[in-house]
Ligand binder design. Sequence first.
Ligand code: ATP
Length: 306
Amino acid sequence: MIQLYIPLNFLGVIYREIKQSLADMERLFSLLDQNREVADSPGAQPLVAKGARVEFSHVEFSYEAKRQILFDVDFTIPAGTTTAVVGHSGSGKSTLSRLLFRFYDVNKGSIAIDGQDISSVTQASLRAAIGIVPQDTVLFNDTIEYNIAYGKPGASHADIVAAARAASIHEFIESLPDGYATMVGERGLKLSGGEKQRVAIARTLLKNPAILIFDEATSALDSKSEQAIQAQLKEIAKNRTTLVIAHRLSTIADAQQIIVLDHGKIVERGTHQSLLAARGLYAQMWERQLARPDEDVASVPLELQG
Ligand code: ATP
């Protein structure tokens, strides 16, 4: 019994650690092949995502009973459009994506995709419909080919190369002595931040999900890689329902909708132009961003800005 208890307990600790990081969300599910906090409801049907309209309806959520994190969060991402979420550190931005991925169930309200409550569809179908480009991509200790193919188990080499080309990493891979068979990860070739992001982009292109979650890196890459990657992300997000967790406002100025979260509540929403005209928190954050272009806006409490 004790022997069984220790490893399971250990797994629980790892599970909690990993759960915090969007970077590993997709991986975690395949490792454990189940999410222990949520379960498929009896008779759960596969999600049928067409345009993939995402609807958060009056969502309330707390990780622990005593501390509520989200309050009456209500917004819709129309099919094929981009919504960016901004707000200071701890305001609940990443929690929104954890809930959309159904890492946890909401306490009140609901989240629906094309009218289907995500708690009533199978978790496997939900996960298959969502692609995540995380802040910091975790690479497996395996070949670069495997790391890209992870987006779509069973993908052909030709598909993998096509995805790598589209993510502008094919030429780099070809320049390595072992090409696509190059070992990467902790024990292999270390890739730069930009190269890792391109692997994540290739992975996502291969997966071709209806919904994209983009967790923007807190620290800017050098501006040339940054611009190239931004351009690619824009391309992937085109006509795909996208939720961007934003850390630099310059990258989201053309999002169809921007939501400002403050202490778990939506305090402003609109387009970049309408929010600037409203001269509220977003406008303050924008002023500050103009003065310090590389700063992570989320790192500065809103109250102190201006
Ligand atoms: P950042 O910009 O720093 O990434 P964020 O806006 O994404 O922050 P969240 O990660 O959504 O913020 O966290 C919102 C709040 O929920 C924070 O106060 C955080 O401490 C709390 N929180 C996050 N994960 C857990 C957890 N597993 N258990 C308890 N509280 C948590």
